[in-house]
Write a new protein. Structure first.
Length: 337
């Protein structure tokens, strides 16, 4: 009975053998195909294999036969994904901080299944030796799925939100109370996954890191904030919030060396007006959330940039400079002692 059942699966087994064992650099002979089928309790004649190959070609499978000497060799030519595309997917999964190490390996193994065995080895070599920091929240995939479900169902979600303390323990916000948010979009920014949603109490759009959300569930309540989201520009929002940290949004005027035009465009895009100051500098006005992360970015560019206006932001930068001097000035004094 088992042999008879396997016989009915001959076409599927043939497809599996060709996809797993062949590619442009690795072909298989008819004798090898018959042997592989026999290992699966399937008997076949050459003519039936030719007919099956033709059926698979009509189905869309790119099976190529080449004569080398007196022997024909068969392999799968083009596939749904090229090897370079699979490498890109593997790199993306491995680089994503919001995917746990365990889930990364599971996904990469599935991606390898889209290539032949020999090509899969090239993908495996890319994975070894990578030591990127990954999230430890194993439920993130289910969170993403539920958030998508809430968006498509037009309902709110609730969850608890945490941060890590110095003891490496979860510390929940709002005294461990549940957040109730209307989710509108998911955003990948600065190697983290964020949910952007409407905060009813404050009447604004806010973002939350998905890997710091736990006990997430859908509510039987219709979402709010539709009118606000219709005029919400996700790309602009991501550019304005450095590292997705909150801060009061301001129009800030900055002056840069001309050589830093590319830095400005990489950060804020091309839809900006550069105002020449002299032959070596230009000014630009950008709308940003003025947080320590933004001021830190200004610090990182050294004397190639300076804040011109407004006055409150200048004072914040002066305060940050004084704070840093206080920290490192005292440290240097104690070192000299």
């Amino acid at each position: 009975m088992a042999r008879r059942v396997n016989q009915k699966l001959k076409l599927l087994y043939l497809q599996q053998i060709l996809l797993e064992q062949t590619d442009e650099n690795h072909a298989i002979t008819m004798e090898q195909i018959l042997h592989e089928l026999k290992l699966r309790d399937v008997t076949a004649e050459r003519k039936s294999i030719y007919d099956d190959m033709e059926a698979l070609r009509h189905f869309g499978m790119d099976i190529i036969g080449e004569k080398r000497g007196r022997t024909y060799y068969y392999y799968v030519g083009s596939r749904r994904f090229e090897l370079a595309e699979l490498k890109l997917l593997v790199d993306s999964v491995q680089a994503a901080k919001f995917i746990t190490s365990k889930k990364s390996q599971t996904l990469i193994h599935k991606i390898e299944g889209l290539a032949s065995r020999e090509e899969a080895k090239k993908l495996q070599r890319q994975v070894y030796g990578s030591g990127r920091v990954k999230t430890t929240n194993e439920s993130i995939f289910y969170n993403v799925d539920q958030i998508h479900g809430a968006i498509s169902s037009n309902v709110k979600i609730c969850f608890r939100y945490f941060q890590w303390n110095v003891k490496k323990e979860k510390e929940f916000h709002r005294n461990s109370e549940f957040y109730k948010i209307s989710p509108w979009a998911l955003l990948w920014n600065d190697e983290n996954y964020y949910m952007v949603g409407y905060e009813e109490d404050e009447g604004i759009m806010k973002h939350y890191r998905v890997d710091k959300m736990v006990e997430l569930s859908l509510l039987d309540e219709e979402r709010q904030g539709k009118e606000l989201f219709e005029h919400f520009d996700m790309a602009v929002y991501a550019r304005q919030h450095f590292g997705m940290f909150d801060g009061h949004e301001e129009n800030v005027r900055l002056e840069f060396d001309n050589s830093f035009a590319g830095v400005v465009i990489d950060r804020f895009g091309k839809d900006l007006t550069f105002f020449p100051v002299d032959g070596e500098h230009f000014q630009v006005t950008v709308k940003v959330a003025v947080s320590r992360q933004f001021l830190g970015w200004i610090f990182s560019l050294g004397n190639h940039v300076r804040i011109v206006a407004p006055e409150p932001v200048l004072r914040k930068m002066q305060g940050e400079v004084a704070r840093m001097q206080g920290i490192y000035g005292e440290h240097l004094k104690s070192e000299k002692k």
